[in-house]
Design a protein around this ligand. Structure first.
Ligand code: S3P
Length: 196
């Protein structure tokens, strides 16, 4: 159930090694669930870009999209991503569309160990169907439209990430095993002074 692909080669860059793990992936893939477990495993802080955007704007994501538009949301999102990447010892979860802007992709790629959290389209559909907090996927979004959006973004997720985790739900153990493997990669890179 778990993929162990390494998309990008490991490069030597800093003395300190990895101090941020960045979770990217489509809406409903389970970034926050995996992120919270991984943060606990590492003893690091878990930080979510959407939660910070809502706090800064004093509005929910849905209200921001409705009242100020997606473009405003994306501008705030870029600022939040930039700020979060300066916070060491953090597991960062970025909204599913964070990879759409080139400037974000550049920051994400050099920001730490990037993990692509994946789930099968059927699972994503099921998880997002009743969601009221995702303006881009509401009750009226067809599976076809969702698949189109996923297709448009998949290459970005792949480009930016070093490793991936498949999070279709079901048995907890394989997922935890993969999260522990990721923890080992982080620890090894910290010991060796490597960063991705
Ligand atoms: C978005 C994903 C959402 C949120 C916003 C836009 C997207 O976050 O940032 O609704 O464009 O994919 P999650 O991926 O955490 O649902």
């Amino acid at each position: 159930m778990i993929t162990s692909l390494t998309h990008r080669p490991v490069k030597k860059r800093t003395r300190k090694g990895v101090t941020s793990v960045i979770l990217i992936g489509f809406m409903g893939a389970g970034k926050s669930h995996c992120g919270k477990v991984l943060a606990k495993e590492l003893g690091w802080r878990y930080r979510d870009s959407d939660a910070i955007i809502e706090k800064r704007e004093k509005k929910t994501i849905r209200q921001i999209f409705k009242e100020k538009g997606e473009s405003h949301f994306r501008t705030v999102e870029s600022k939040v991503i930039k700020d979060l990447l300066k916070k060491p010892y953090s597991v960062l979860s970025f909204g599913g569309g964070a990879v759409c802007r080139k400037v974000n992709r550049a920051l994400i790629k050099k920001g730490g160990l990037v993990v692509w959290v994946k789930a099968n389209p059927d699972v994503i559909c099921k998880r997002t169907k009743k969601s009221k907090s995702r303006p881009l996927l509401n009750g009226d979004t067809s599976k076809k439209e969702m698949l189109q959006l996923l297709k448009e973004r998949e290459n970005y997720y792949k480009q930016c990430s070093a490793i991936s985790i498949l999070n279709n739900g079901g048995a907890v153990l394989p997922r935890l095993k993969r999260i522990r493997q990721i923890r080992q990669i982080v620890k090894k890179q910290r010991t060796n002074g490597h960063a991705l």
